[in-house]
Design a protein around this ligand. Structure first.
Ligand code: NAI
Ligand code: MG
Length: 352
């Protein structure tokens, strides 16, 4: 029996609700697919912070390092400032484990309605490769004259040639495996005359090594507009940390709901564990009501299985999601229905 050691980080708000749903679906595959998930849960997040003054226990990273993958819900609560939850938890995991690719499929699932009139699943099928360790989220900067008149803050976007090159290469390799063989680079080199000029140069260098792939460069604002007006012209997007963050929420919105969108934080070298999570946050407005859409978390679980080499199991999860959305009988409120998280999870397990 193949055993995969999974660190489950449910986090806050709807994080535990959707992560439990994801684990229920993944565990339903164990018997027939011949693998076992050895899952250990860590109660880290805002509650933990309020008790211990930190988001995860001391030595938490060393503990996580011993796992094959990390399965994460979401963090964020009114009781703790968001920059603390993000900088004490999410971003250090991505950086310390060199998860330099944030892979985010943006696809309108069959049966779901896009807010874009007249668009169906054939029109909205993109994937974003977002840089995940540097750029605008490097954490470089500081305050001057804090709390006094003349207060100043700067945030220094930091781009390295090596950091850009590895993520761009990943995007080209991904495009090569897709039928359209098309990469859109999100730039802004007209206004950001250092970082994005370097970005463009590296994209051109890499593109030269992939003559079979079509590369198009768009300024990020124009690309955002294009995602709305002509989503069918976009296949793989490669973007910096901030640009990718924004474009993928847009991609989720045009795909019907933020609740369906998954992501993988990948260390493609496999030296460190990769982390899989829905892209949404802790959704305090619906937390505890049992109505969160579990699809984003379940789909992220399928990406985790794929990464662990369980390709057939991953494929079955995606098929189950597509079946449930196409059938349309069981839908959570964000998709216009009245089903609970538990009902949706049951429907997904049944569809397997
Ligand atoms: P959010 O993604 O939590 O919620 C935005 C809206 O989408 C809300 O109306 C929410 O109800 C809805 N929504 C999100 N996921 C849903 C689901 N699965 N099913 C149905 N509806 C869903 O973003 P928001 O409100 O900006 O942030 C809330 C908290 O989450 C903040 O503390 C923020 O810092 C944190 N956050 C954490 C992330 C993470 O852990 N990776 C990512 C984004 C935000
Ligand atoms: Mg985001």
């Amino acid at each position: 029996m193949r055993t995969h050691k999974i660190a489950a980080l449910p986090g806050d708000g709807i994080g535990p609700e959707v992560l439990d749903a994801g684990l229920t679906v993944l565990e339903a595959l164990e018997k027939t697919e011949g693998f076992a998930l050895n899952t250990i849960r860590f109660p880290w997040g805002s509650e933990f912070y309020l008790q211990h003054g930190r988001m995860m226990k001391e030595g938490g990273f060393e503990t996580l390092r011993t796992f094959d993958a990390i399965y994460f819900g979401a963090v964020g609560s009114k009781a703790v400032p968001d920059h603390v939850t993000v900088w004490d938890f999410i971003l250090p995991i991505r950086q310390k484990f060199d998860q330099y690719v944030n892979l985010r499929p943006m696809r309108l699932l069959p049966g779901l309605k896009s807010p874009l009139a007249g668009r169906g699943p054939a029109d909205i099928d993109m994937v974003c490769v977002r840089e995940n360790t540097e750029g605008e989220y490097s954490g470089v900067g500081g305050f001057v004259h804090r709390g006094r008149e003349g207060e100043l803050a700067n945030e220094v976007a930091t781009f390295t040639r090596a950091g850009i090159e590895r993520v761009v290469r990943f995007a080209f390799e991904l495009a090569r495996a897709r039928p359209r063989k098309l990469v859109a680079s999100a730039t802004k080199s007209n206004a950001l005359k250092h970082s994005m000029v370097l970005w463009d140069e590296v994209v051109e260098d890499v593109a030269g090594r992939y003559p079979d792939i079509t590369i198009r460069k768009y300024h990020v604002d124009a690309l955002a507009a294009r995602m709305v007006t002509q989503p069918d012209t976009i296949d793989v997007i490669v973007a910096s940390n901030l640009f990718g963050d924004i474009l993928t929420d847009l991609g989720a919105a045009i795909s019907g709901s933020l609740g369906t969108a998954p992501s993988g934080n990948l260390d493609p070298t496999r030296k460190n564990p990769s982390m899989f999570e829905p892209i949404h946050g802790s959704a305090p407005d619906i937390a505890g009501k049992g109505i969160a859409n579990p699809i984003g978390a379940v789909w992220a679980g399928a990406m985790m299985l794929e990464h662990l080499g369980e390709k057939q199991a991953a494929h079955r999860v995606i098929r189950a999601i597509e079946r449930v959305t196409l059938e349309g009988r069981v839908r959570t409120p964000d998709l216009g229905g009245s089903a609970t998280t538990a009902e949706m999870t049951r429907a997904l397990v049944d569809a397997l």
